[in-house]
Design a protein around this ligand. Structure first.
Ligand code: RP5
Length: 163
C-alpha cells in the first residue's frame, strides 16, 4: 500500500514520543507507515529506506531520534524528500543533545527541526500534513477545521481553573 508519510525512529523507546506524530496524522486523515530504523544500529536499512522512499510513494519523512541523533540528517543525505526531525527527550541531557544534533545541519542538506519531545512530534505530524495539503484541497480544509476548533476551544474556556 502506498502512503504519503513515513515515520521512522532510532529505537522502540522513541515510540511514546513519536506516536504523537502518528496521532496527529490519524486526526487529519493522513495515511502513514511507522518503522524503527537506526542510523548506527541498522545503517544499511536506513540507506535502503531513504533511497527507496520516493519510489514507494512517500512524500514526507518524519525522523525522530535521541542523544547523538544523526538519523534525520543521514536520512536527508540519501533522499531529496522533505525530512522533519524530531529531537526525542534523552535520559542524560533532556533532549538538548538531540536538538543540537538535529538542528545544526551544515548548509546544503536540509532537515526541518521541530521542538524537543511530544510537542515536536505532534507538530511534525501537523507540518507533514500541511506540506501535503499544498496539493490537496480536502486535506487543507481538514487542517483549517482543526485549527478553528483549537481556537474555539481556547476562546470558549477562558477560565484557567476549569478542566
Ligand atoms: C537513539 O538512541 C534512539 O533514537 C533513542 O532515542 C536513543 C536510545 O535508544 P535505546 O537505547 O533506548 O534503544 O538511537
Amino acid at each position: 500500500m502506498t502512503v504519503p508519510v513515513g515515520i521512522i525512529m532510532g529505537s522502540k523507546s522513541d515510540w511514546p514520543t513519536m506516536q504523537h506524530a502518528a496521532d496527529m496524522l490519524d486526526k487529519l486523515g493522513v495515511a502513514y507507515e511507522v518503522k524503527v530504523v537506526s542510523a548506527h544500529r541498522t545503517p544499511d536499512l536506513l540507506f535502503d529506506y531513504a533511497k527507496s522512499a520516493q519510489s514507494r510513494g512517500i512524500k514526507v519523512i518524519i525522523a525522530g531520534a535521541g542523544g547523538a541523533a544523526h538519523l534525520p540528517g543521514m536520512c536527508a543525505s540519501q533522499t531529496s524528500l522533505p525530512v522533519l526531525g524530531v529531537p526525542v527527550k534523552s535520559r542524560a541531557l533532556s533532549g538538548l543533545d538531540s536538538l543540537l544534533s538535529i538542528v545544526q545541519m551544515p548548509g546544503g542538506v536540509a532537515v526541518g527541526t521541530l521542538a524537543i519531545g511530544d510537542a515536536g512530534a505532534k507538530n511534525a505530524g501537523l507540518l507533514a500534513a500541511q506540506i501535503l495539503a499544498t496539493s490537496n484541497d480536502e486535506l487543507m480544509s481538514r487542517i483549517d477545521e482543526f485549527r478553528a476548533t483549537q481556537t474555539e476551544t481556547v476562546l470558549s474556556e477562558p477560565d484557567p481553573r476549569t478542566a
